[in-house]
Design a protein around this ligand. Sequence first.
Ligand code: FEO
Length: 393
Amino acid sequence: MRTLVKNVYEVGVQDWDRRLFDELIPLPDGTSYNAYFIKGSEKSALLDTVDPTKVEMLIDHLVKAGADKIDYIISHHAEQDHSGSLQDMLRVYPGAKIVTNPKCKSMLMDHLHIGEDRFIEVQDGETLSLGDKTLQFIYTPWVHWPETMSTWLPEDNILFSCDFFGSHQAASNLYVDDEHRVLEAARRYYGEIMMPFRGSIRGNLKKLEDLDIQMIAPSHGPVYSRPALIVDAYKDWINEDKVSNMVVIPYVSMHDSTRKMAEYLVEALMSRGVGVKLFNLTVADIGEIVIELVDAATVVLGSPTVLVGAHPSAIYCAALVNALRPKTKFVGIIGSYGWGSKMIEQLTAVMGNLKCEAFEPVLAKGMPSEETYSALDELADNILDRHRTLGIV
Ligand code: FEO
């Protein structure tokens, strides 16, 4: 239990051991499930709960914060890492009501089978008085679910933003102490779940513009005592025109042909002053790839042919890129085959969401030849040319 300001406490839990989220997202630094307890002069409120595996620590922290009574449990988001302990909280604090928006209420009833009589619905902009402290609810949907909202505490100028602005890190420091490290984790987190919803995030940022925010308290990772750090980063990440002189090359290779091609392309791009990140999909942390996808101008996917199609690891990567819809402007495919291949058609179809210009694919039959390397040089020239047109080289 830690104190943010007088009568506002962080009562959440660090999950040092967790290494995977949604059975998909690697968590190299664990994560935290932040929850906040606010003691007003008349009423008290708990903002979010924790993952159900950690509920006992939440209860311990609430006892330490003197939470002998909770009137309201604010539920910002129905996902289990924040709402999964709601039923336990309702048992421990039988007089408490869950305060949330209609969409989140409906989802909580579906996911947790909570009775309708336990809820108080609030609308966008509505306020709830705790006496000397006021909670104002601001709908901030699609960061990454449709129901998410934030809470503004005007007396202390604190925004409780739930997943929005968060980062997956277990850490002992309450506030950001290493801005570079937190930004990298926040960028990974944004890329993994929020990137497809850039349009909604743009609207959410606009709604927050007029607030004099002194502190952002998200539901994962450290609290921002300098909100501009993360708000400015988000403005950059969602800016469709702001891409970097970077080519991301995720590849997989079975008998070295595709590896040789990928490595040749890396050298060709480097010699032309174009930034490159090469990822061997067999061992790569997908979070590292996503960090680069946040603003890389170009993606080139490399795959050999398995039977007649792309390697399953390449299909997996293509599906991931397609789902995350990065602001990438150009896409390419390179690879190899033994006697025939449908992988170009297959990978192109899997990446159907991407609205970017496609380069002519480069395929080698067997080991890459001089002709293959010339085609890769041409691809590197074309990438350089396109990056120049964007003014990023
Ligand atoms: Fe941290 Fe979308 O839950």
